[in-house]
Design a protein around this ligand. Structure first.
Ligand code: BES
Ligand code: MN
Ligand code: ZN
Length: 496
């Protein structure tokens, strides 16, 4: 899909579809009022006839509006003007994108980015419009032999902005497209099944990304290399699998040489059966999404490359399956991590922390400015925060605040949870330095406590994305979160 920005006014442009906002109850936005004038009251008449009242989610299409040059005009309900904030704006642009894709129009011209949204700049509104429109066109049909022919997504979308906003709108457009392509990559990988998206497949995807830029260097360590480094914890998880584990690193050098990198560590469990502590069967297929942290690292690096962002970023992805087998770890087994600390594996289903701890020790070698790990780590996080916010835990409040802010501004939110010392005692083991589970209480926090024992040497934050990385039910599919948050975090760093 091609995006452009324009300062032309509605009514005078030849396009398949002009998209305009309407507020409750039957109040035209200013672009809609302009269009109404050119078409001699057409829109007011449509509203008066009762076709829509401006409630959020509504869309109405009018064909061949007399007096205007477009083939169609679409009115998009924006809800109450007084309640039109970030989320309402996002809902409006998403429903407009869905309706436009279903309309048969090849191209469209949207004026939704001109709507006033408190606290949002023109840059942010245009970017959201681009991201939401691209997102609405994504369908997880790569493995369907017949694609749904009723879907004919827009080929191009022009975005109307004030003449004075053209410069920032153009930047928003290219940033938005870069982020959208990162989000798409993350969704695509997330939605792939475990028999295709294996650790080796993730490594190939990383190598492919590496070929897209001279600034991105990719390397893949095999199990022999991990053995040499003493990654006994990571290797204890892959023991039960026929697919060898991979430790993937991607080094993006967009910033100054010598500038300390931000390291992103993504959990890459390409299928989590639970291992010997096997999971119940219901919805177990969704454990193909247990590599969404890894996918978000790849997506974020893809966006960095596309934006040529002036920062140094390292992506580290421990990739493995977690399966039961005669050779798999058993409850009670004690393993030695790369840090030298020993771990009693009381539950083989708490495997994410076992692979992350060695990856977190490993990434110390980059002398990181900060490390953020991203992981579908605990079911408890889904219970605590649902699908709205990722759980955020950190050993540095300033870093946590930066991440929270990035999440707000990218509309991809996280929520700060405590990492108090008092929780550490839940990880006590009689036989090893620590257990890999901390009991029923505060499961998300004790998982982060476990990781915190491997991140003492640098500023670190942990994002538990178990609730946000994918949707279940009828709408089952990957969301691409938190690529937007992470990319925003890096954009903000590059700017400071
Ligand atoms: N990948 C799961 C976490 C998960 C479960 C994410 C359900 C989303 C939905 C993780 O490896 C896991 O199994 N965690 C266990 C930890 C427990 C054994 C301490 C969990 O949350 O049940
Ligand atoms: Mn598990
Ligand atoms: Zn898992």
């Amino acid at each position: 899909m091609k995006f452009t920005v324009t300062s032309e006014r509605p009514g005078s442009v030849k396009t398949g579809c002009v998209i305009l906002g309407v507020f409750e109850r039957r109040t035209l936005s200013s672009a809609a009022a302009e269009f109404d004038k050119t078409t001699r009251g057409l829109l007011k008449k449509v509203l008066k006839d009762g076709d829509m009242d401006g409630s959020s989610g509504q869309t109405v299409m009018v064909h061949y509006p007399a007096g205007a040059k477009c083939e169609r005009v679409m009115l998009v309900g924006c809800g109450k003007a007084s309640e039109f904030k970030t989320r309402a704006y996002q809902q409006a642009v998403s429903s407009a994108a869905r309706a436009a894709n279903a309309s048969g129009a090849d191209d469209a011209l949207s004026y939704l980015a001109e709507l006033e949204v408190p606290g949002r700049t023109s840059y942010q509104k245009v970017r959201t419009l681009v991201e939401a429109t691209r997102s609405a066109a994504y369908t997880p049909d790569t493995l369907k032999s017949e694609k749904d022919k009723s879907l004919r997504p827009l080929r191009s979308l022009a975005i109307g902005v004030d003449a004075g906003d053209m410069g920032s709108a153009r930047k928003a457009l290219s940033d938005g497209e870069a982020i959208a392509s990162g989000v798409e990559l993350a969704r695509l990988l997330g939605d792939l099944p475990g028999n295709i998206c294996t650790p080796a497949y993730l490594a190939d995807q990383a190598r492919k990304l590496g070929r897209s830029s001279t600034k991105l260097k990719v390397s893949v360590m095999n199990e022999a290399g991990m053995e040499k480094l003493g990654m006994g914890s990571l290797l204890s998880v892959s023991r039960g699998s026929r697919q060898p584990a991979k430790l993937i690193t991607l080094q993006y050098s967009g910033g100054k040489t010598g500038e300390k990198p931000v390291v992103l560590v993504g959990k890459g469990v390409t299928f989590d059966s639970g291992g010997i502590s096997i999971k119940p069967g219901a919805a177990m297929d969704e454990m193909k999404y247990d590599m969404c942290g890894a996918a978000s690292v790849l997506g974020t690096l893809k966006a960095c490359v596309a934006m040529k962002l002036p920062v140094n970023v390292v992506g580290v992805i421990p990739a493995t399956e977690n399966l039961p087998d005669g050779n798999a770890s058993k409850p009670g087994d004690i393993v030695t991590s790369m840090s030298g600390q020993t771990i009693e594996v009381l539950n083989t289903d708490a495997e994410g922390r076992l692979i992350l701890c060695d990856a977190l020790t490993y990434c110390g070698k980059y002398k990181p400015a900060a490390v953020i790990d991203i992981a579908t780590l605990t079911g408890a996080c889904v219970i605590a925060l649902g699908s709205q916010a990722a759980g955020l835990l950190s050993n540095d409040d300033e870093l946590a605040d930066e991440i929270l802010l990035a999440g707000e501004s990218a509309d991809d939110r996280a929520w700060h949870m405590p990492l108090w010392d008092e929780y550490q005692q839940q990880l006590k083991s009689n036989f090893a330095d620590m257990a890999n589970i901390g009991g029923r209480e505060a499961g998300t926090i004790t998982a982060a406590c476990f990781l915190s024992r491997f991140t003492k040497k640098y500023r670190w934050a942990h994002l538990d994305i178990a609730g946000v990385a994918w949707k279940g039910g009828d709408e089952k599919g990957s969301t691409g979160r938190p690529v937007s948050l992470l990319t925003q975090f890096l954009i903000d760093r590059a700017a400071s």
